[in-house]
Design a protein around this ligand. Structure first.
Ligand code: ZN
Ligand code: ZN
Length: 350
């Protein structure tokens, strides 16, 4: 029996709230404060650790210097668009992005240093940003920088993305790197931004077979999430044996999210986090870090993240919801994609 106990660090201070596109924008950094508030006074094993800013050199582990200069320029002006329209610049957006990145790096550090068994930094998870571009509310890609940093220490690190949207910035950023194992469960790109993440995208060159995309039909509920994750993602992680795991916990797959059409409850997400927590102890000495991501009903995202942090702390989580079930037509489509992945993915076929 693998021992799952050991405290988890909750990385937070008010510096991460500066990543703020304004009241009219759907991305709300205060969800992290709400998560903290839900845990405070209620969960006695809450260990809050302050964030830190990331350095320019750290940002350059993934991002192109010219792009960082462009962000800095827009950050001073405080207006304009950093992508086609979803990601506006705001005054201080350069520094704010480095704050979020530093919080994620701090989470990785606490685990590497052995200060904590695990860590969570829910301000992070900005998975759409590319090496030289902003996209989908993401100016700098904290996940990708953390992976690039970890790749200097480890031969094989895993990135698991649970957001409703495909984590294109991370996947394409490491598409030809066999040392980054990428597992991405998302709403089918034919029906949702950014449109990528087909099950046939498995990596290129010597990295072929190191990326696993699981595109789910709209309307997929907990039953589909849990079954496809346990039957495809878990064997893939068992087989590839990463030495560190970063999990992007975007909560916009929750039923009722205004930006996606999945039907998960907190129950489904917690089952997945519990499975990842368990496997982390077996394959990589518990080296697992959770980051945030999407989730456009702030209360629901905060409740979900609070439960996930508790699950990571090895405590029975207080999940008030029952598992949701998918319509028969959705189940049929999910079976089709499951079979297609089993037939086509280099690591899962045969
Ligand atoms: Zn543990
Ligand atoms: Zn999302």
């Amino acid at each position: 029996m693998v021992k799952l106990s050991g405290p988890a660090a909750f990385i937070y201070d008010d510096s991460v709230l500066k990543y703020d596109f304004g009241d009219d924008h759907p991305f709300k950094s205060f969800r992290v404060r709400m998560t903290r508030d839900r845990l405070t006074g209620h969960f006695k094993d809450l260990h809050i650790e302050p964030a830190r800013g990331a350095t320019r050199a750290e940002a350059e582990l993934f991002h192109e210097p010219g792009y960082l200069d462009l962000v800095k320029h827009f950050s001073k002006i405080g207006t304009g668009l950093l992508d086609g329209g979803d990601t506006p610049a705001f005054r201080g957006c350069y520094e704010a992005s480095l704050n979020v990145m530093g919080a994620t790096l701090r989470a990785v550090e606490t685990v590497l240093d052995g200060e904590y068994a695990h860590a969570a930094s829910f301000s992070g998870g900005l998975h759409h940003a590319g090496r030289g571009n902003a996209s989908g509310f993401c100016i700098m890609n904290d996940c990708a920088v953390a992976l690039a940093w970890l790749r200097k220490l480890f031969g094989k690190v895993a990135y698991v993305d649970l957001d409703a949207h495909h984590g294109d910035g991370v996947m394409y950023g490491f598409y030809s790197d066999p040392g980054v194992i990428d597992v991405d469960v998302h709403q089918d790109g034919k029906t949702l931004f950014p449109g990528t993440g087909s099950h046939l995208e498995t990596g290129s060159g010597e990295a072929k077979g190191t990326k696993l995309n699981i595109p789910l039909p709209p309307g997929s509920a907990d039953d589909v999430l849990v079954s496809l994750f346990s039957e495809l993602a878990m064997p893939f992680l068992e087989k590839t044996k990463p030495e560190f795991m970063i999990v992007q916990c975007g909560a916009d797959g929750l039923k009722g999210d205004p930006l996606a059409c999945l039907s998960f409850t907190q129950n489904g997400y917690l089952k997945v986090i519990e499975a990842l927590h368990e496997i982390s102890h077996r394959v990589c000495r518990g080296r697992i870090v959770l980051v945030g991501g999407g989730g456009y009903r702030p209360e629901a995202a905060a409740e979900c993240w609070a439960g996930e942090y508790m699950a990571l702390s090895g405590k029975a989580q207080t999940c008030g919801t029952n598992a949701s079930t998918s319509l028969p037509s959705v189940l049929r489509k999910a079976e089709v994609i499951k079979s297609a992945i089993r037939e086509n993915h280099p690591q899962l076929s045969g």
